[in-house]
Design a protein around this ligand. Structure first.
Ligand code: C2E
Ligand code: CA
Ligand code: CA
Length: 667
């Protein structure tokens, strides 16, 4: 048969020179079927196993194969164009191999379909060769770049679409990619007619025709700019403090964690924990909006004190953390100093100027904590220690601070219970007239008999009681107990005054005068035999208010003593304004007179001033006879100290009193 005859065979049998073909996995019979139904149905041609597997190699992309078969007893070379339809079927159109027109038409149809897909798909498709030269450039690529495919075919992608750095990078890598031939993804910033956009490219190698040179890279890209922005914004939201724009707790924890991970064996990671000292007061006084503005200004001010590379974060409220770029003890303390220095100048919010000091705790990894949590906890503990030391200062963490925190927590649960369960008692230390040696009265000093720890001295819990506010309840109990005791002694015929200690914190509550009155009434103590020992710290906050309270106490018949005189801040001029009865010379001055004459001169002048102001003087902490003699020489009125008697429980005090009276009778 000649060419025409072949073509006619197909036409005669199927009514078309290009019938449809079909092959399945379970049989090697190639089925040919007509396009129209008015001719005898399908014909099955048996293929050799090799021919069948050759066809089965066709993929989902339209391609072609040539097979030599026998048809109606004559040899026929068939050109099959088609592809894999599904998991077990391949199909397409067949033509006689020498029917060039049909073969070409089938190929063109298959190809133009593939072309159309490449062209219209909603992806940027760029096909390049191993030299980076563009071979295809689809419609979306044209639209986005504003370039025409025909103008850029053969140009390199580097020159057209990439920044010089990216181009150098990509140019260097491409040979390696081609040699390896493995698909890969790449994010690239591309200049488009809409500005620079971020694309994710899936890059896949395909073999075109024959030979290694005919390898191409198909780059298909999607614009992920928006998606990346929906991601970045979320990341920002989750890691930024809304009020200040600083990193938040989340973000700084992550940074510290990474810094710890990256720290070399000899490197330290340092953090500063900051807490404003009086922010709550400011917030309560001026309102939240004002407080927010202050926080913003403060965070900017702190930021300006930092070194390059330091990271600042707000943990919330008035707490901040700095992760220092350099973790040396020196650098950390220098930064803390700069911040404290800056905080000494006021912040101007509108017309108001406010001072807001801060307390800073410093901790270093690995010395003070070997994990993110323990490092930050240590810095926090050190910050509390700084507050404890009187605020507006910084402290470097030390392990005994942990002990103090634990102690504080123990007191928190146990002191209140101790008060409720009657574990507190008052001991009484005698006070004597120095000139006559007669007992004037006693100072009531509190003791705590803890079932767990035995006797606890006030130095160990009064400060906690003051900080926690428990001093209010405790102080009231002291008033009531002392008043009852004074009434009992009076009933027993003793003429004793009892002095109680009152903390500055107790005077903040003006109900203190009413509580005092009630304690006197309850004890039926009239006249009032209770005196009050106040420290100079009572006079700092609001002098006028305290003077008012002192007046009221004195009207009730109480004497007011200024305790620990000389250790505090009160100036001589201030002393003149306060309506006091007695000044108690602090123990430390009494002790110092043994050392040198300068100290003696100081004590002498202090007593002289008190006498000039018409105050009586008590010297406390007298332990030796020489101290007593010195005080006598100065004309001090009363003495108190171990030389005479320690603070004692009631029964012991009464025995002491009896012995004393016996002694005096003998003398
Ligand atoms: P303070 O008011 O200065 O009390 C004097 C302290 O010195 C007492 O310590 C007393 O035992 C001690 N002392 C007395 N004579 C001598 C002496 O000759 N040598 C030496 N070395 N010490 C002497 P105490 O009882 O431990 O009280 C300590 C502080 O606790 C008191 O200092 C007072 O500030 C406070 N405190 C005690 N009881 C109360 C209370 O009921 N309420 C309040 N708010 N504070 C109290
Ligand atoms: Ca006292
Ligand atoms: Ca004292």
């Amino acid at each position: 048969m000649n060419d025409d005859q072949h073509e006619q065979v197909l036409y005669a049998r199927f009514g078309t020179s290009s019938p449809c073909w079909r092959l399945s996995t379970d049989s090697n019979a190639l089925e040919l079927t007509p396009v129209t139904g008015d001719v005898p149905a399908k014909v099955a041609i048996s293929l050799s196993p090799q021919q069948a597997s050759q066809i089965r190699r066709l993929t989902g992309v339209t391609s072609h194969a040539v097979v030599d078969v026998q048809m109606f007893g004559a040899p026929l070379r068939l050109h099959l164009v088609g592809k894999k339809l599904n998991s077990d079927t391949w199909a397409g159109t067949a033509s006689a191999y020498d029917d060039t027109e049909s073969v070409a038409r089938d190929l063109v149809q298959g190809l133009s379909f593939a072309e159309q897909v490449v062209s219209e798909v909603n992806l940027v498709v760029v096909i390049i060769d191993r030299h980076g030269r563009i071979q295809r450039f689809n419609r979306l690529a044209e639209e986005l770049s504003g370039l025409k495919e025909e103008d850029i075919i053969g140009h390199t992608v580097w020159a057209l679409f990439m920044s010089p750095e990216e181009a150098a990078d990509s140019c260097q890598n491409i040979a390696g990619f081609f040699n390896r031939g493995v698909a890969y993804d790449a994010e690239r910033r591309i200049k488009t007619v809409h500005g620079e956009r971020l694309f994710l490219f899936r890059n896949k190698f395909v073999q075109g025709g024959s030979g290694v040179d005919q390898q191409f890279l198909i780059c298909s890209g999607t614009d992920i700019t928006e998606q990346k922005l929906a991601q970045e914004r979320l990341f920002r939201l989750a890691n930024t403090d809304a009020l200040t724009g600083l990193a938040n707790r989340n973000a700084i924890q992550e940074k510290v964690r990474v810094a710890i991970e990256d720290a070399g064996p000899d490197e330290a990671v340092g953090v500063l924990f900051l807490d404003l000292d009086n922010f709550k007061k400011v917030n309560d006084h001026y309102g939240h909006e004002f407080g927010d503005r202050l926080i913003r200004d403060v965070s900017a001010a702190i930021g300006a004190c930092l070194n390059d590379g330091d990271a600042l974060a707000r943990l919330g409220g008035d707490e901040f953390i700095v992760l220092a770029a350099k973790g040396t003890a020196h650098a950390l303390e220098a930064t803390a100093q700069r911040i404290l220095e800056r905080m000494r100048t006021p912040f101007a919010i509108g017309l108001v100027e406010v001072y807001t000091g801060c307390s800073i705790g410093i901790a270093r990894y690995p010395e003070h904590g070997n994990s993110l949590e323990s490092l930050i906890r240590s810095a926090d503990t050190a910050m509390y220690a700084a507050k404890d030391e009187g605020k507006r200062t910084h402290r470097v963490f030390s392990p005994d601070m942990n002990h103090r925190v634990a102690e504080y927590m123990w007191l928190d649960t146990n002191l209140r219970r101790g008060l409720e369960e009657g574990q507190l008692t008052l001991h009484y230390q005698p006070k004597l007239w120095l000139a006559t040696g007669m007992v004037q009265g006693a100072e009531a000093l509190v003791r705590w008999n803890s079932p767990e720890r035995g006797q606890i001295m006030p130095a160990e819990f009064i400060r906690y009681a003051e900080e926690s506010g428990l001093i209010g309840v405790l102080g009231r109990w002291v008033m009531e107990t002392a008043a009852k005791q004074a009434a009992r002694w009076k009933a027993d015929g003793h003429n004793l005054r009892v002095a109680i200690n009152v903390s500055a914190r107790q005077l903040v509550d003006t109900a203190v005068v009413r509580h005092f009155t009630e304690a006197l009434h309850q004890a039926k103590l009239d006249p009032c035999l209770i005196d009050l020992e106040l420290t100079e710290s009572c006079l700092i906050e609001d002098e006028a208010a305290v003077i008012e309270l002192i007046k009221q106490f004195r009207q009730l018949g109480a004497q007011v003593h200024l305790d620990d005189f000389g250790t505090g801040y009160s100036s001589l001029s201030q002393l003149g304004r306060i309506p006091l009865d007695v000044i108690k010379l602090d123990r430390s001055f009494v002790r110092s007179i043994n050392a040198d004459t300068k100290a003696q001169a100081l004590v002498r002048s202090m007593v002289a001033v008190a006498q000039e102001l018409d105050f009586k003087v008590v010297a406390e902490g007298i332990e030796t006879e020489s101290e007593e003699i010195f005080m006598k020489g100065l004309g001090v009125d009363y003495v108190q100290g171990f030389l005479y008697g320690q603070a004692m429980p009631v029964a012991e005090f009464e025995r002491w009193l009896k012995d004393r009276q016996k002694l005096r009778l003998i003398a």
